[in-house]
Write a protein of this length. Sequence first.
Lengths: 341, 285
Amino acid sequence: MTTTSTPMRSFAQAASAEEIAVPSRVVQIDGLVALKIIKHCKECMPALVTGQLLGLDIGSILEVTNCFPFPSRGGEEEEEVEADGANYQLEMMRCLREVNVDNNTVGWYQSTYMGSFQTVELIETFLNYQENIKRCVCIIYDPLRSGQGVLALKALKLSDSFMELYRTQVFTGEKLREKNMTWKDIFEEIPVKISNSVLVSALMTELESDAPASQCDFDRLVLSTNPFMEKNLEFLIECMDDLSMEQQKFQYYYRNLSRQQVQQQSWLQKRRAENVARRLSGEELLPEEDPSNPIFKTLPEPSRLDSYLITNQIANYCGQVNGFAGQSLSKMYLMDAFHQD
Amino acid sequence: MATMGSTVLHLPSGPTGVVGKLHPTVLFNICDSFIRRNDQQERVIGTLLGSFSVDGTVEIRNSYAVPHNESLDQVAVDIDYHRTMFELHQRVNAKEVIIGWYSTGSGVSASDALIQDFYGREVTNPIHLTVDTAFTDDQANIKAYVSTPLTLGDRPLAAQFHEIQLDLRLVEAERLGFDVLKMTVVDKLPSDLEGLEGTIERLQDMIDTISRYVDNVIEGQLPPDNAIGRYLADTIASVPRVNSDAFDKLFNDSVQDVLLVLYLANLTRTQLTLAEKLNTAAQIV
């Protein structure tokens, strides 16, 4: 079945022609889940934590109705930790089922530090989940940015084309050009909706404090912009360094490639000259190719995956800086207006 | 709420100084488990996790529902489930310990004493939290109780539940925004600028209210209040007094810094897009 793609808040994905996958257009999170994620990530700062999302997968809406955190890995003994983790998950799901919580895993959440979450591990985890669940989503929460007064919660998934490409494990320039994939296409952001049960909304309406300003407001109006910007720029510069290292790898590869070609040409010339001489003297002609010669070995082209991820990261930081700069400018003009009087 | 027996009763003396602090996750958890309860059950009970602090305040941080069966004369609580869940939760956060239990429904009923007794074996002074999900009084009733046993000589007679003060710390809920939590469905989360806009509007409202109040007092319509006046003076004095030149310079410097960083970020982004086009368009071989 096909659906028309309407422009959404971020990248919309046209439906594929197969019947199985209707792409999820919206992720609907319960207020409970959002609060739990916030609580867990904030408590364990600065360590990065993960947890599992449970919910239902209906049509084009992916509902997340509950979640539970994963215990943080001690890191001493790998096998024990692995078995423990799986055990914990099973136990938790079993217990939750007894109280009628949706028992269906729909993804996982993780906290991040200043938006630096695009790593190969993320992709691997996605693929791991994807094997079992058709549509899974990853929710990223940034507790540091939320300290600025912004709710930094977003839902990501891997784009389908990228997943296919990753299965082939080939990331050369040719392949990528074929698929017409840019670094933007790796992750897709899905818009997030928050839903609450009627009981909860009634309760919240009652309990809303009458104070005209909330803690959130105070956080937003803080004038000191420097620390956040500094950290962002630091990360940006680190990423640039990584990117330049990747570029160097490419340059090295291309240099080697061209050198190899020159060698091949000269070898070919020599062979041809020899062959001419041999023809003149009536001997057998030597073949023009020699697969055993090391200069004919094809050099492997370095994978572009890392550079893609790094560019993604950089774009993210730039976006953050953008948003934050806009806010600080408004705050500063506000301060200016205050001072005029 | 104590069932009176015969003459000599030992009643607890003195107020219990325990204050409870409730986190919003617990409320949400309770409501969620109430909605998901089995059809035959009228109410839900569960365990409260949190921490005791030195000065007698109890922080209620987390909770989970425990299946139970209630009939007219007996109550059965699934203890294994309770233990297992507690262990699982301990693995994530070892600091959260059992501090009591909750139930939905208003008031305290007879079987609660038994459950309180059971939890009393886990922790010394369990807190009992009730959330009135039926809104019997047309308002949200969230109450917390501590119980003290009433003894007649040596025989335990009943348990008396005292209400304790409950402090709702809704800081995390505020972070999400009450607007978001009040509606049943919110289409999209507010973006940064919208949030800032809201905050500035609220600030403006507050300033308007204050200026109106001051005007009214000056005109004599409202009686002047020394405490408020002093508070206002303090607030205004806290705006740092910088002379105009210095302030202008400061302002300009900061604005220029921010603009520089903004320009740099945009330049980087353009560079990335350009490099992408070149990389994929270039063919060496």
